[in-house]
Design a protein around this ligand. Structure first.
Ligand code: ATP
Ligand code: MG
Length: 654
């Protein structure tokens, strides 16, 4: 589906703004193209217009002994000429061409025409006739300008309304989509990048239409109306000016092809920068702990440099081959047209007047102006397409099966039967994993970073699906985990993530989290897991607001809240990805106590970074490169004197 069709899904709901935008753009262009005609009339017909053909009349203006006006066209014609700061009147219609005065004759191309010199009084009489015309023209001009301004205002307001309304709709849909999204779609990207997309990419949807309308309607109408205007003034010159069009089309095609690639690169780099910044800001404490600020800054510098290079390439393209080039082109065309007209005038082929030159100058500028806009808007257009592509990747991504049915709680037996799994279909993240967990057991998963601990959890939670290239199966209570829809399946699983997440709301809403529970249950749960200190922090009021993702709470406290959240849902199986960051010993023992409470009569799987957490586990599974290298309880593994022993020694520092 192309970008326009995709965006139309959203534009459609607000199409009245689109149509009003188009309608008023047409009005604007129409009226905007009238003003050169009016100004040309003032200049040529009203101010300089006393020269030219007049007709004998019984109640006209007296010049050189005759009365003349401009309306009695069936009577004898006279010509008023302007030569060397003086006006003359001659009988008949004089041809065009350079005029000279020799004696009492006007000489044009060697032919003599008798002429009478007009007095100043006679001239001012004639000019008076023009005053009403000038007044009319000025009123027209003001009217035309007013209508153009109002039309342009409504057009812009409509465009803005289209943008804000579609952006609102699409943001709503994207956020709603996240509820059902298959986690695999977003987890491969940094959170900041995804968030940046949500904000800026959603604007792209309406921008595609507003840019397109601006570009195409403005250009087409400006060219069409200007051509009509020029044609009315001078058909030959108008047709001559049209040779600009094919040249410009070729030019635009060249430019668009060039800009296509660059816009995409710039956009991509830009959102990577925002993503990186987000990561850095969110992870600043970790960066400091590991002293890796330097490394991060280096990586960021590279990305930044890349952006500078790509953006400058884009700017250069705009400057040299975009709107600057078109300005030069405009100058050339105007010079050429005026040059040819003047030449024709001198040769006596056509008469040229200042107003005509002014009008052509305006019309050529009016044709060029939207092209200028086109070059500016074109990158917007390309950026929009990229943005729409990305946003629809999210909107159209596969959804989890939303069906849900109540099922009996699990007993809590879990079997990993020879599981081999790969994220990319090539490099296995897990190989031949066999684990047999009985209900009520506590299992520890340990291993170096990248050894596959989270992958085991992802599979068990069904955050990632088995692909045809993968092998084996996971069973809960002898039932393959893909028997029910994901929603149903997860309803009796509890998970505590490595980074506990708190939402805007109160302590109570964060613990209840959609589950029906009384305030007493919440308080009891907190007390049960030994989290009275949290209650104290909130002065015993569980309806106090948690600020800013729990900014005033420690990591340990946040994990305690997550634990309470899980406990209130009472799942048979609890999965916990232990926080990696440093936790003080007091908090650690608090969490361990809470865990021991929560773990009663439940199957608990813990990804452990602190071996103290799983000292009492029934099984400790040691992973390396996606394989199980050791398996047993703490004492058994210590006596093996293998990998676990090595890790243990490292941690206790002996
Ligand atoms: P850590 O202690 O750092 O959390 P881990 O033991 O949880 O590490 P996993 O996240 O399970 O390690 O990663 C196992 C392997 O799979 C690694 O090689 C990792 O690069 C790869 N991997 C993890 N997640 C993905 C993903 N979404 N797409 C592709 N490869 C992935
Ligand atoms: Mg992990």
């Amino acid at each position: 589906m192309n970008s326009y069709k995709q965006a139309w899904i959203y534009i459609r709901k607000n199409k009245r703004f689109l149509f009003s935008m188009i309608f008023f753009l047409i009005i604007f262009q129409l009226f905007n193209s009238l003003s050169p005609l009016i100004i040309q009339d003032i200049l040529d017909n009203q101010l300089l217009g006393v020269t030219g053909t007049w007709y004998e009349s019984s109640d006209g203006y007296e010049v050189g002994g005759i009365e003349i006006d401009r309306v009695s066209t069936s009577n004898q014609a006279y010509t008023i000429s302007y030569v060397d700061d003086t006006f003359y009147v001659s009988e008949g219609e004089l041809p065009t061409g350079t005029r000279q005065v020799i004696g009492s004759d006007i000489v044009i191309e060697g032919d003599k025409y008798p002429a009478i010199k007009l007095t100043e009084q006679e001239m001012s009489n004639v000019f008076e006739t023009q005053q009403s015309g000038i007044k009319r023209d000025l009123i027209l001009l003001v009217g035309v300008l007013l209508i153009s301004i109002i039309a342009s205002y409504i057009q812009r307001i409509s465009g803005a309304l289209l943008t804000v309304n579609t952006t609102r709709d699409i943001r709503m849909d994207v956020v709603r989509k996240f509820e059902y999204i298959d986690i695999g779609v977003i987890e491969s990207e940094p959170v900041g990048k995804t968030a940046n997309r949500l904000l800026s990419d959603t604007v792209g949807v309406s921008m595609l239409y507003t840019s397109t309308v601006n570009i195409f309607i403005s250009s087409v109408l400006a060219v069409a109306f200007s051509f009509v205007g020029m044609y009315l003034l001078s058909p030959k010159a108008a047709i001559f000016c049209m040779i600009m069009i094919p040249i410009m089309i070729v030019w635009i095609r060249y430019f668009t092809r060039k800009i296509n690639g660059i816009a995409e690169k710039v956009n991509e780099t830009n959102s990577r920068i925002v993503g990186r910044m987000n990561e850095i800001i969110n992870g600043i404490s970790i960066l400091k702990i590991f002293n890796s600020e330097e490394m991060t800054v280096d990586g960021f510098r590279e990305l930044n440099e890349q952006y500078v290079g790509e953006k400058m390439e884009e700017v250069d393209l705009h400057l040299t081959r975009g709107w600057n080039g078109i300005n030069l082109f405009q100058g050339l065309v105007i010079a050429l047209v005026v040059g040819i007209m003047s030449f024709a005038n001198l040769k006596g082929i056509t008469a040229i007047e200042a107003g005509l030159i002014y009008a052509f100058y305006s019309y050529i500028s009016k044709i060029i102006a939207p092209l200028n806009l086109l070059f500016h808007e074109f990158s917007n257009l390309e950026h929009s397409k990229v943005k729409i592509g990305r946003i629809f990747k999210i909107i159209e991504s596969p959804e989890e099966d939303p069906t849900f049915e109540e099922i009996e709680p699990y007993t809590g037996d879990i079997v990993f039967d020879n599981v081999t799994f790969s994220y990319d279909g090539e490099k296995p993240a897990l190989s031949n994993i066999n684990i047999d967990i009985k209900h009520g057991q506590k299992i520890g998963l340990v291993g170096r970073s990248g050894s596959g601990k989270s992958t085991i959890i992802n599979l068990l939670m069904r955050f990632n699906d088995f692909m045809p290239t993968d092998q084996g199966m996971i069973y809960i209570d002898n039932m393959p985990i893909d028997k029910y829809s994901k929603r149903t399946y997860r309803s009796h699983l509890g998970i505590i993530l490595q980074e506990p997440i708190l939402f805007q709301g109160t302590l109570a809403t964060n613990i209840k989290f959609g589950k029906e529970a009384t305030d007493e249950q919440v308080i009891d749960t907190l007390k049960m897991i030994g989290a009275e200190t949290i209650l104290d922090k909130f002065d015993g009021d569980i309806h106090s607001t948690i600020s800013n993702n729990g900014g005033n709470l420690s990591l340990g406290e946040k994990q305690l809240i997550s634990l309470a959240r899980v406990l209130i849902r009472n799942p048979q199986i609890l999965i916990m990805d232990e926080a990696t960051a440093n936790i003080d010993t007091e908090t650690e023992s608090m969490i361990n106590y809470a865990l021991s409470v929560v773990a009663k009569n439940r199957t608990v799987i813990i990804v452990a970074h602190r071996l103290s957490t799983i000292r009492d586990a029934d099984q400790i599974i040691v992973l390396e490169d996606g394989k199980i290298v050791e398996n047993g309880n703490h004492d058994m593994l210590l006596s093996k004197n293998g990998k676990y022993m090595e890790m243990y020694r490292n941690q206790i520092g002996v």
